[in-house]
Write a protein that binds this ligand. Sequence first.
Ligand code: NAD
Length: 495
Amino acid sequence: MSAHDPLLQPDPELHATARKVVTRIGADRAPAPNAIAIHDPHDGSTIGFTPDRDIDQALEAVTRADTAGRSWAATSPRYRADILRRWYDRIVDNADDIALLITLEMGKTLADARAEVAYGADFVRWYAEEITHQTGTVREAPSGGARLLTRRAPVGLAVLITPWNFPLAMATRKIAPALAAGCPAVVKPAALTPLTTLFAVQLAVEAGVPEDLVQVVTTSDASAFSAAVLSDPRVRKVSFTGSTPVGKILLRLAADNVLRTSMELGGNAPFLVFDDADLERAVEGAFVAKMRNGGQSCIAANRFLVQNGIAEAFVEGLTERLASLPTGSGLAPGVGLGPMVDHRAVHRLQGLVDDAVERGATLHTPDPAIDGPGSYFGATLLDHVPADAEVATTEIFGPIASVQRFSTQDEALAKANDTEFGLAGYVFTESLDRAFDVADNLATGILGINQGLPSNAAAPFGGIKESGLGREGSAEGLEEYQELRFYNLALRSTS
Ligand code: NAD
């Protein structure tokens, strides 16, 4: 087992261009009086600043958004669609710069950042199209004498709270349907990665979104923000993507004013490989499902459950892919794994590996520890992970592939469903009957069948059990920002 090669260093030209994007959005200098410094996970250097807003400023943002929202709600769907389409075009025109900024502040490889820009832009285009296709219903009152009509109206001011792992896509997945529906928004990005969201909203304003309609509030005190803003009666909706414990806090806060809520929470995705799977496809699917974003994804494969007959070959194939992964700055050419978002994450991941090895798991890859100022952690494969190891029960959120083996489908399903989470799952098999049998019995909101990357702007993304409430993307994601009203139209015969 060899030690890690030296870390790949950023391409100087790409790095300089990324820094220019920070200047372009005005984040290169610390604003007075309070600023949050943003760091490059590659070396810990400070790359920019955002204001650290207090409660009064957050409530001022609510006032501005609420005021701008009144005329926005009265615009036609076509008017909003045209502006959203122009926003999509602005994102596409600036795709390279956005990707560079994502990599600079979050660490993921530039290839992953580019994929995020395409995915994030897709939500804007999808909702620009979807909002022009709205329908209501007309029903007969069963006892006659009336028509019952339904219509969807904007829910009102939406508070949108996003995590650091997809700083563009998690923002557009919320802002686009909110705007399409006719709602104003107050967005709170993660303090670790606010620059991409600020850039995206700047592009929205350039595209014609009214200046005050989408307020971005950057703050280091997230709990003070949510306590103040969610108790303001002008707020009618909260949409959150992040961890399940924080989601539960927000649900409690939302209860006081009976807010509409959408919760995209944590995952613990099982990845099932059956003996009849296509090995090459399963290894490639596993690699993508595990390593996209350095494993820092809510739908990342968290528990590989592999049938005994294929397990040796699968472990060998995946180990080969992981052990040779070029690691270093996301801005380095040819890099396959960038840094983790911060040192706290690295420390947590090291603890998971140590605990698993202590309990009897086998480490197939080099020691994951990587010294230096950056928050690096090497790609890791653990085989024969005991069911009581922490890595087998917790959301890993990093590049650790944890493998357990099984003999029967029933055993695999029992293991897979033995979690409070239910966001994504994966199954690899060449049998259609087995694929559907597993699909119907696996308790997840999302399932990749012979597919390691199931997300799509046109599909309803979301979890069951403690992984969340509501859906994002697709027509269902628009309904999260609409309320259904019905009109009872009395009719009597005039003959
Ligand atoms: P987190 O819950 O720590 O933070 C998410 C956001 O909530 C950040 O903006 C943070 O500042 C804010 N926040 C924290 N405490 C808050 C409070 N009391 N009030 C208001 N806001 C608060 O999560 P994270 O570490 O940023 O992201 C990782 C988690 O997000 C993982 O559990 C992952 O599975 C989940 N996630 C889920 C999805 C999904 O679609 N289901 C997508 C991406 C990430």
